[in-house]
Write a protein that binds this ligand. Structure first.
Ligand code: MRU
Length: 357
């Protein structure tokens, strides 16, 4: 499969030194591309969820560093390396949970410290950001293949799968992680249908995943989040397939709020839980899920629907991620290989391996 045939949907485009982002807040009804020429625009795009999904956030931040360097170099060719620190900090703090953001910034920082003062940093940094983007797409294609192989050989309950949030082309450099496995499995004809959780409150499932599946012609069925256990009980679903925002050294998984309850439900109904994520999502510096900072977003996301206030006067908590403990994960699929029932020892081995591509 060539990357081109996999790019029916994309969220990030880099054209002639400018970053274009598909505004995911407006999907599926409007496809509006927003141009970012400055780093402050990139920071706002990540913070306001114009772009979202852990790998896509990381890739966007990498391009943001290139744009920041261009700006800072133009302002002061000798001092840009010191001046850019403020921009790196703004990017770093734009959203807290997805570790791909700090991973990408670390990669970009390694490049930028080696650029000699007075040398235009933009060609080197923009090329490196493009390489990060391309590597993510290639990792997704590989994970798709690895995950589909597992699905092909283990479908005790039937040929249907469930997914949560959007871990598709929109959330990554292309093709998707969880949705990449679903795309590959559909292409190999090993699944018949995808059950889509709507993913309250931001509706990544009903707006984004449903849109991607429709474009691929993959049969899918949408339900409210609270119908998931009912669907697992009454439909031939063998696998719940999700992405991740951060995975700790012991294999605990931070992902979209609702993933944890799905993992518990999967156990009761005998479905498997497959987490699909590139190694840029694995944070070996954190031991356990409790160490992960969970983003809280505005109460309005919960109290309002379609722009209208529907909730009563009540205190709201809106954690947008939760932690699934490692012992509820059946398979972790990465571009460096697959782990059955992840733990620290296996993760350490995996991280020391070279990439398979
Ligand atoms: O708040 P979001 O939409 O950025 O959250 C995204 C998720 O939780 C995804 O499941 C995760 O980032 C994996 S995307 C490949």
């Amino acid at each position: 499969m060539t990357p081109d045939s996999t790019m029916k949907v994309k969220a990030i485009d880099w054209q002639a030194g400018e970053l274009f982002l598909l505004d995911q807040r407006l999907l599926p009804h409007q496809e509006v591309w927003v141009k970012c020429s400055r780093v402050d625009e990139v920071v706002a795009a990540i913070r306001d969820m114009l772009v979202r999904g852990a790998p896509a956030i990381g890739i966007t931040a990498a391009y943001g560093v290139a744009l920041a360097a261009r700006q800072r170099y133009r302002e002061n060719a000798e001092a840009w390396q010191a001046d850019i620190e403020e921009d790196l900090h703004a990017l770093q703090t734009s959203r807290p949970t997805a570790v791909n953001l700090s991973w990408a910034l670390k990669q970009m920082r390694r490049q930028l410290v080696n650029i000699k003062p007075g040398v235009d940093p933009f060609p080197t940094l923009s090329a490196f950001a493009e390489a990060i983007h391309q590597a993510d797409l290639e990792a997704n294609l590989l994970m798709g293949k690895l995950g589909a192989e597992i699905l092909a050989s283990n479908q005790d309950h039937g040929r249907e799968v469930m997914t949560h949030c959007n871990a598709g082309a929109l959330a990554t450099g292309g093709y998707g992680t969880a949705l990449g496995v679903i795309r590959a499995a559909w292409e190999r004809k090993v699944i018949d249908k995808v059950h889509v959780n709507e993913t309250r409150p931001w509706l990544q499932g009903s707006r984004l995943t449903a849109w991607e599946l429709e474009k691929e012609g993959i049969p899918s069925l949408l339900h409210v989040d609270s119908a998931a256990a009912h669907q697992l009980k009454n439909s031939p679903i063998s696998w719940i397939i999700v992405g991740a925002d951060r995975i700790t050294a012991h294999g605990d998984v931070a992902n979209k709020i609702g993933t944890y309850q799905l993992a518990v439900q999967a156990l009761h109904h005998g479905a498997g839980l497959m987490v699909v994520a590139p190694t840029s999502t694995i944070d070996m510096e954190l031991e356990y899920g409790e160490d992960i900072e969970i983003e809280q977003r505005s109460a309005d996301e919960v109290l309002c629907a379609g722009g209208q206030r529907v909730g009563a006067e009540i205190e709201v908590t809106n954690p947008v991620f939760d932690i699934t403990p490692a012992d509820l994960v059946d398979y972790l699929v990465t571009e460096k290989g697959v782990i059955h029932r992840p733990d620290k020892e296996q993760l350490q081995k995996l991280m020391s391996r070279k990439s398979m591509h």
